[in-house]
Design a protein around this ligand. Structure first.
Ligand code: FAD
Length: 393
């Protein structure tokens, strides 16, 4: 295994760091969605690491994607979801599973952030259990019609393009699912913003779909293959969620080191007390271990090898780690941790999502344990995608 970042990966990681210092940190207090920042990130190629040049990318791979995502999340964890939506789960899923027409229409525009995307799995009665999705899809003349409600959709209020998972027969459970690309600029698509605890740069919405129309060429995979499409999308999404967790854990650590080295109590810097040192050591270890696990998952994907098990372990570990590390940062800051003037209260609010998004901690543990117990092996041969998109002219 070799997770060393190549010269070009280090260069784009450095650009992401400069961008964060120049553009993200100065506006961090705004705590809202900033379309101009997203456009700039698209123009700078931050979402394109995993894509061939034909689709607006650099072909640097998933390891590079992880490093860039980590860097941006270190400045604002709320921007991390864009790496998933603009840099993986929406355009990558269309690239892998879409028709030629769908690829041409959407992938490049998403990667360059000219258009914004969202992924719609979750519903009021279907969260961890995707096979119980109730949103319906049916064929009508030359298009499909979708009806139903989605919840907790990141980018939901701003997305131009959505991948919607829906069923043509709910009694068939996961075998009845389809995935389709929906253009949101139509009267039947109605988003309603959901207020939330953290990740304020990432707007979340409930979506109400009433006779939403989808051209037939926008189906991803075959009729009834939506569950397979979802599983590949979630595996990839776990790379950016894990990477975001590392960035945030690193931010907690950076802030804690700085504070411990300036705060004096009982006549000494608090960094001189062994109990505080112990906390810092734990933060370093959790952050580094998360980084190695996530990079292993990204690297395996770059090698075209199965990585479902490894990225589930990584996402689970990094999600638990960042939640603990954010709590430790609050401890190091003492009362100041509670202040809106210090950054760690935001880190604390932002950390919790990493135990939920792209599969909860319990769902990751089920996958990991079922694999270990030989109940259900997680890593199967890589699914054959409909065509080799890398050879497309
Ligand atoms: C900020 C944010 C952004 C999100 N963005 C998106 C998005 O863009 N698109 C999207 O589709 N969804 C999104 N989600 C939804 C997210 O994917 C779901 O919240 C998540 O999958 C869990 O589903 P749920 O909330 O319905 O919880 P539930 O599935 O109801 O789970 C509740 C609890 O029960 C546990 N549980 C459930 N089943 C089992 C089981 N079999 N064994 C053991 N424990 C179990 C869970 O681990 C959890 O602790 C987002 C959520 C948040 C908070």
């Amino acid at each position: 295994m070799d997770f060393d970042l190549k010269k070009e990966h280090l260069a784009i990681q450095k650009e992401a760091r400069f961008f964060s210092e120049r553009e993200v940190i100065p506006r961090i207090k705004e705590e809202e969605f900033k379309r101009d920042l997203v456009s700039k990130m698209g123009e700078m190629g931050f979402f394109g690491c995993a894509f061939p040049e034909k689709f607006g990318g650099t072909d640097y791979g998933f390891l590079a994607h992880s490093a860039v995502c980590e860097e941006i999340s270190r400045a604002d964890s709320g921007l991390r979801s864009l790496f998933n939506l603009q840099g993986l789960t929406v355009p990558y899923t269309i690239m892998e599973w879409g028709t030629d027409e769908a690829r041409e229409k959407y992938v490049k525009k998403l990667v360059l952030a000219e258009k914004l995307g969202c992924t719609c799995f979750s519903e009021p009665n279907a969260g961890s259990d995707l096979a119980s999705i109730e949103t319906t899809i049916e064929g009508k003349n030359d298009h499909y019609i979708i009806n139903g409600n989605k919840t907790w959709i990141s980018n939901g209020t701003v997305a131009d393009i959505a991948i919607v998972y829906a069923t043509f027969d709910s009694s068939k459970k996961h075998k009845g699912l389809c995935a389709a690309v929906v253009e949101t600029d139509q009267p039947g698509w109605k988003p309603k913003e959901t207020p939330k605890l953290g990740d304020k740069a990432s707007p979340i919405a409930e979506i109400f779909m009433d006779d939403v129309q989808v051209p037939k060429e926008n189906l991803l995979g075959g009729w009834g293959e939506g569950f397979k499409v979802a599983m590949t999308a979630l595996d990839r999404g776990r790379i950016s969620v894990g990477s975001g967790a590392i960035g945030l854990a690193q931010a907690c650590l950076d802030a804690s080191v700085q504070y411990a080295n300036q705060r004096v109590q009982f006549g000494k810097l608090i960094s001189e007390y062994q109990l505080v040192k112990g906390t810092i050591a734990e933060m370093v270890s959790l952050t580094e271990a998360s980084r190695l696990l996530v990079r292993q998952g990204a690297w395996l994907n770059d090698q075209d090898r199965p990585f479902t098990r490894e990225i589930a372990i990584a996402k689970y570990f990094a999600g638990e780690a960042v939640t603990r590390v954010a709590g430790m940062a609050m401890e190091v800051y003492g009362g100041m941790g509670y202040s809106l003037d210090a950054p760690v209260e935001r880190y604390y609010r932002d950390a919790k999502i990493y135990q939920v998004g792209e599969g909860t901690a319990n769902i990751m543990r089920l996958l990991i344990a079922n694999d270990a117990l030989n109940i259900k092996k997680a890593n199967r041969p890589r699914l054959k995608v409909p065509s080799d998109f890398r050879d497309l002219e």
